[in-house]
Design a protein around this ligand. Structure first.
Ligand code: 5GP
Length: 186
């Protein structure tokens, strides 16, 4: 069974909202990463992320607590190692929202238990307008995030599924089907 459903894609590809709704619909938990990024107003510490300082982050690296960690757009993000094996042992599934490199690390670590989905926005202009509309980043931060678009796009071939999120309901249903098939062992 594929226990870990890892979803990657450019920021603004719509992955966070999709995962939140799928998690509720399918009753599957979402892995909580640690990050040094500043908390956004709507985010809840311990729910969306564990918001920690760089010193605390370095301490967790030293203690070997991360399965993987990456610097994304200037901030650090790490997936806690603890508890992952429990999902395999208990035949449960878990969503993870990671950057492309983090997702590839997870695939290498748990090749038999991971299904990977790369979500693309319909095009870069759509991505730009989604990020501007979201208004959680400055225009400089938006340009940094768009700059990564090409890097991430080049790695999408490593993923089991490449989806274009041009219609929310369709993408939701497609991912739901993938997750249910994973449960059946496909
Ligand atoms: P955001 O700041 O928009 O929440 O996340 C920025 C990027 O970091 C997204 O691509 C997200 O998927 C990724 N990310 C979040 N948590 C982790 C993690 O634990 N490891 C890695 N490698 N990437 C992460």
């Amino acid at each position: 069974m594929k226990n870990f459903i890892v979803i990657s894609g450019s920021s603004g590809s719509g992955k966070t909202t999709l995962i939140e709704l799928l998690s509720r619909d399918l009753n599957i938990s979402i892995s909580v990463s640690s990050t040094t990024r500043a908390k956004r107003e709507y985010e809840v510490d311990g729910v969306h992320y564990n918001f920690i300082t760089k010193n605390e982050f370095d301490d967790l690296i030293t203690k070997n607590e991360f399965l993987e960690y990456e610097n994304v757009h200037g901030d650090w993000y790490g997936t806690p190692k603890k508890g992952l094996q429990d999902y395999i042992d208990s035949n449960l599934q878990l969503f993870l929202e990671l950057d492309v490199r983090g997702a590839i690390s997870l695939m290498k670590f748990y090749p038999k238990n991971t299904t990977s989905i790369f979500l693309s926005p319909p095009n870069i202009e759509e991505l730009r307008s989604r990020l501007i509309k979201r208004s959680t980043e400055t225009s400089e931060q938006i340009e940094t995030r768009l700059g990564r678009f090409q890097v991430e796009d080049n790695l999408k071939k490593e993923f089991d599924y490449n989806l274009i999120n041009d219609n929310f309901e369709t993408t939701f249903e497609v991912i739901k089907k993938i997750v249910l098939n994973c449960k059946l062992g496909e």
